[in-house]
Each structure stands twice: as structure tokens, then as C-alpha cells.
Design a protein. Sequence first.
Length: 250
Amino acid sequence: MRQSVRRLGGQALGISSLLAVFLTVQPSNRLTAQTPDTTSARTPSAPAPKLIKPVSALWRSLLIPGWGQACTGRNFTGAAFVVGERGTTLLRQGSAWMSQAPITTRFLRHVFGLDPAHVYAVGDSGTAIAWNGAEWRDMGLSSNALIRGVWGTAPDDLFAVGSGGAIFRFDGVRWYSMQSPTQRELRAVWGFGPTEVYAAGEEGVILRFNGSTWSQLTTNNRSLILSLEPTTGGKLTAVGARATIIEGER
């Protein structure tokens, strides 16, 4: 992946700030304080959803339909997710956001989905959980690493990255550790298929997986990279601290 680096003027935005900006400029996706509607009748077989009220929790990662799922060849429509501190998970179906019973109290750092029945969230102390369309379940990632990012092409082929350069892969049954060429913290992972996956993080480190091994790419950027996202034309864009934008060319 060739790369060009651009720096934009002004103060760089953190992940939580970017989320706040997005929710402000996208009214249809805004998280608003909602209370249950008691004026309309409900059938006994359809219990009222638990609509969210103001929550004193930091929401860390947002997943909405259409964000990056095209490269997986899957259709992600009809649902949106937010995850954050204390195991917070929120689900939006239609126009209502609903809180879900947490299965962990650990900070959830990132959420990624293949489709509404295959959504994955990762976080502190090796936390990895999966949404099957009805409930969250623990995925049994045995690690104390802080997991910062998760991405994959199929339910039996997922990648997760985190502190100390940790890289894990899920084969549908278990997570296993992969050999990493760095000890720097990895903040994000994304790819175009099982033989072209990228990870990035502290001090501008960018790694590439070719289907068999991870290697470190040469870059003149030393700023923290916080996010990797695909853009039009089959390119990958990295954004991070000090208003850094790295546009890769395959």
C-alpha cells in the first residue's frame, strides 16, 4: 500500500469527539433521550422495548448500516449499534434506540458487523463478544490485552488487534494469537479480504497481512493512527492524531 500523508489545520478530534460530531450532523441517527410510549396499546406477545434515557456512560464506537460492509460482500441493513464503557451496548431498530443487558462490565472499545446477526465488540482485558441477532455472547478470547479493533470477512474469519502489538484471529471456533512484527499498540484493523488486511496504531505504525504473515510497512508518519476505513476506488484511509490523514493506494 503506497501512502500519502495530509495534515489538516485545526485541532485534531478524538474518537468520542468524532462520534459527537457525527451524531450532531446526522439527525436521523442522533442519540436522543427517549421515554417509553404509554399511549399506544401493545400486544401481550410483543413486550415493550427498553428505550434509552440519558445514560452517564462514554459511548466509544458506532456501527451503522453501510459503513464499510461493502468489501465483505454482505448486506448490513436495519440495525445500528453503539458500545462503550461498563459494557454498554445500545441497539437501534427503526427509530428507537434500545439498551441491552450487559454481559460484561469491561470497557468496550470497538464494534464491527458483517450483518445484523453477526456483530462483534471488543474491549479491555481481552474482551470479545458477539451478537447473534438476539443476544450478546462471550467469544472466549483468552488474553489480558486491551483489544482496540475488530474486523473480518466472515463469522469464521475475524481479526482483532490491541495493546503491545497483539493480533488475534478467530476461525469460527477459537481465537488464536498471531505473530506480530511490532510491540506498539494497535488501534485499528481493516482489510479487503483474508489475504489483504491492515492494522495501525501508535507512532504511525502500519502493518499488512498477506494471508500468511504480518509485515510492517514503511511510512514517514509518526503520529498515532486511530482509525482505518475503506474509501471509494478501493483505497484505505487512515486518520489519527495531529490531524493526520493517510491515503493508501493498493
